[in-house]
Design a protein around this ligand. Sequence first.
Ligand code: SAM
Length: 267
Amino acid sequence: MDHSIFYKNHKIKKYFGQHFLIDNTTINSIVSIINPQFDQKIVEIGPGFGALTKYISKYVSSMTVIEIDEEITNYLLNNPFFYKKLNIIKGNAIKINYSNLAKKLGQKIRLIGNLPYNISTSFLLHLFQDISYIEDMHFVLQKELVKRLIASPNSKDYGRISIITQYFCSTQSMIEISPELFKPIPKVSSMLIYLKPHINQPYMVKNLSNLSMITRLTFSQRRKKIRNSLSKLFNIQQLENMGINTNLRAENLNIKLYCQLANLLEL
Ligand code: SAM
């Protein structure tokens, strides 16, 4: 099915981050990496005119899509190819309660989407609240963000979002997608990322707001030694007792150490 005719009539809404995938080879690669199975509950964020949806919906008994643009939801609702298979939710993906959605669908959900870049980070943080109801996630994101999500300590990309994401999920970058494979062409390259929530949680933080506060303190003063950036919370002796070299900087501490620091605040 060729949906390009609808792009022509559609006035692109920049504020909804609309960059539609137009390359069939890329679309096929993404779909085969997602590997949808008949009984799985797939939830797509921002289906647009169905670049991914039209293929994925063929493999499953039904799928849910969440789209904010009323012009697009009207198009999907009026197109028999889509409305027969799709549970179409018109709304803001950041406002949806994904645990309730998974409960309604009767099993953990697989989330997918070529995400609008302007909401990506806040959307991921929103999802992590419902992580135990999520089977896995495949998202097309800005390449720079993917590099930060998968970053290891001692690299310039390693930061708060790497720590929070890897606290909840294992992360893997899959394929790079160059700007000209979208319409309109974005300014930056994209990447497909795979996020799989940990089955056996490798890190245990008693109070996640402590982890959030500690990483905010260290990374907002990235160039400072942690003996200084964390001086309001811990004395040097406490840090050294944990085997931490206090001359290190924010990006040198691994997630396990950040979690131990967060738990120390709870003692
Ligand atoms: N999946 C389509 C594709 O690959 O061609 C469209 C991808 S486009 C990058 C992002 C889509 O998300 C658009 O259809 C846009 O209207 C929709 N969108 C933007 N913000 C949204 C939000 N907060 N909640 C749900 N959908 C949103």
